[in-house]
Design a protein around this ligand. Structure first.
Ligand code: ZN
Length: 239
């Protein structure tokens, strides 16, 4: 089965091109997993495979359930992880980020501009729809939807996006690209992924009858979190 389909067309997570890929390596194994409904243990048969891009020669690692056809477009991409956002991220934000990822290795200024758009989409999704990005971010901090430490990051991303949009190539360098990427992903992790994972965890605990689920539902006053006590001064100082 595996050797019959070694070449496929798929979007490359390295260069962003839709290009011919060649599957170079297969590995199947059985791994222990756990049922979320009753906590029972079972063996999960997985097929791993590595593919190289015909355009940039980048190597990517995928997996799928053993027995399924190894179709790159449908498989779970394990590496590289930087072009993916968690499935819990809203489509509008994820689409902006995907557009940014496509130019990440080609144009640092365009990447910064696209990330700025992704931030705008994030603000809209969280209900901050009025004003410029600076005001929208400040509103999210005031509403305690974004903590100060992440607001610092978003301030930097906004400044980078502005520099990219104005063609100031001195301000957006190749060495900035990975930092911009990491900062944006940290914001997304805080806003969307961590709360969703906590909710899912609590739901599973409740289904299993674990008393900890009730304990996790206990309210925590926002004022106990020092990072969310005040609007970020850096935001109020930006012009
Ligand atoms: Zn490629």
């Amino acid at each position: 089965m595996k050797a019959d389909n070694p070449k496929q067309t798929a979007r490359c997570p390295h260069c962003g091109n839709t290009a011919a890929h060649e599957i170079k390596l297969y590995h199947s194994c059985s791994e222990v997993s756990y049922c979320h409904d009753d906590d029972s243990e079972y063996d999960l048969d997985i097929l791993y495979y590595a593919a190289t891009c015909g355009t940039c020669s980048g190597l990517s690692l995928y997996c799928t359930a053993f027995g399924e056809e190894p179709v790159l477009e449908d498989a779970c991409l394990l590496w590289p992880v930087k072009s993916m956002l968690d499935k819990r991220v809203p489509a509008a934000v994820a689409e902006c980020y995907l557009q940014a990822a496509r130019v990440k290795h080609a144009d640092p200024s365009a990447f910064a501009v696209m990330i700025r758009r992704a931030l705008e989409a994030l603000c809209s999704d969280l209900g901050a729809k009025k004003g410029n990005l600076h005001r929208r971010l400040a509103a999210l901090v005031a509403q305690q939807k974004l903590p100060s430490i992440l607001a610092d990051m978003t301030s930097v991303l906004q400044a980078m996006g502005n520099a990219g949009a104005h063609g100031d190539t001195r301000s957006v360098r190749w060495s900035n690209v990975d930092d911009i990427d990491r900062f944006f992903r940290a914001v997304v992790e805080y806003v969307y992924v961590a709360p969703a994972r906590l909710a899912e965890f609590k739901e599973r605990l409740g289904r299993l009858g674990t008393c900890s689920a009730r304990q996790l539902d206990a309210p925590h006053p926002p004022s106990q979190n020092p990072t969310m006590s005040k609007p970020n001064p850096a935001l109020t100082e930006m012009k």
